[in-house]
Design a protein around this ligand. Structure first.
Ligand code: TRP
Length: 341
């Protein structure tokens, strides 16, 4: 039996190059050796998005993005979180074995509280219970499928650790029912620079979206910050934002040639920007066409997600039964068994 890789994609914005290198590409690579479950975490997005049309649209966009980037739904179980009622059921069971202190320490919640205190506001200002219990729902996603590895970005490390803690607490009380998961994080992708040189992150507004039309992609690349050294001077490629992105998408030969060019000097950044634009177009032009195609055919997208949800529910049924039985809930056939003895 293959081990299980699972990850969730919160549909709150359009995916960017940092997401691609940090999470999407590694997750698709892991799927070659693992049995993979990847899903759109729309119930997590619900904590931020209270508009049904928007949530639906973002869910479709995320689904189209993953399919366009190469997710094969015949090989990977690909679904929408909200189509799996077992996730919500498991979250309730796990909550009963989760200490409140564990959630008080979750970064996302802690950061909000600290920001509130700094502004002299009530510590829980703007915090809904969904944000507070976010790590429990995420633990339910992960534990429901007996996941061994969880490919995520660095920002999700703590959430996976909390899921492991919750599983351990549950197992201590009820026996070895849940698999203890482990995060898989690609360090090299944690350093993809955004257009301002800080780590590429939606929160900084410095991202390069994967699916921008060519003109927008071009404009975005032209806006990447570089140093002001004159063209004739040699430059250190490792300190440059353009090179920091280029090297992930160019071939090895192209990257080496570019590296030599930097060290030699005698070129302008405009030239590098053009080269970066060309490798990105080469990498993503066909993907973008596929993406747009999927979005024009939402019926098929929905069919893919519904078929995925059916597979996912069948896969998690045995574990759900075990968990219900472990805590003392009713499971089909159990009462009859008791009668026999
Ligand atoms: N919290 C993750 C994010 O914001 C999304 C997510 C939800 C997830 N459930 C998950 C990731 C389970 C991995 C496993 O990116």
């Amino acid at each position: 039996m293959k081990k299980i890789s699972l990850s969730g994609i919160k549909p709150t914005g359009t995916p960017h190059l940092g997401n691609y290198l940090g999470m999407i590409r590694p997750a698709l690579e892991l799927a070659k050796d693992f049995q993979a479950f990847y899903f759109i975490a729309d119930a997590h997005a619900l904590n931020q998005i209270h508009n049904s049309d928007e949530l639906e649209r973002l869910t479709w966009e995320a689904a189209a993005a993953w399919l366009a980037l190469g997710l094969d739904p015949e090989k990977i179980t690909f679904f929408r979180q909200s189509d799996i009622p077992e996730v919500f059921e498991l979250a309730v069971l796990l909550a009963a074995s989760t200490s409140k202190g564990l959630l008080n320490r979750a970064h996302a919640y802690k950061a909000t509280v600290e920001a509130n205190l700094a502004k002299g506001r009530d510590p829980d200002d703007g915090v809904n219970m969904g944000i507070y219990t976010y790590p429990i729902l995420m633990a339910a996603d992960i534990l429901l499928f007996g996941s061994h590895v969880v490919p995520v970005g660095e920002d999700q490390r703590q959430h996976v650790e909390i899921a492991a803690d919750i599983a351990q607490a549950f197992n201590r009380e009820y026996g070895e029912v849940l698999v203890i998961p482990e995060a898989v994080i690609r360090e090299e992708a944690a350093v993809v620079p955004g257009i301002d040189g800080r780590k590429m992150s939606k929160g900084y507004g410095n991202v390069i979206p994967i699916f921008s039309p060519p003109e927008q992609l071009h404009a975005r690349i032209m806006g990447i910050v570089t140093d002001s050294r004159p063209p004739e001077k040699p430059k250190n490629p490792e300190e440059d934002n353009l090179f920091g992105i280029y090297k992930h998408f160019a071939t090895r030969e192209e990257t080496e040639a570019m590296r030599r060019k930097y060290l030699r000097g005698g070129f302008g950044y405009g030239e590098v920007k053009q080269a970066l634009y060309e490798v990105l177009e080469r990498t993503f032009a066909a993907t973008r066409t596929r993406y747009e195609g999927y979005l024009l055919d939402r019926l098929s997208l929905d069919r893919v997600l519904i078929a995925g949800a059916e597979k996912a529910r069948a896969s998690c049924a045995p574990l759900m039964r075990k968990v219900r039985e472990a805590v003392g809930f009713h499971v089909a056939g159990k009462t009859e068994e008791h009668r026999k003895v």
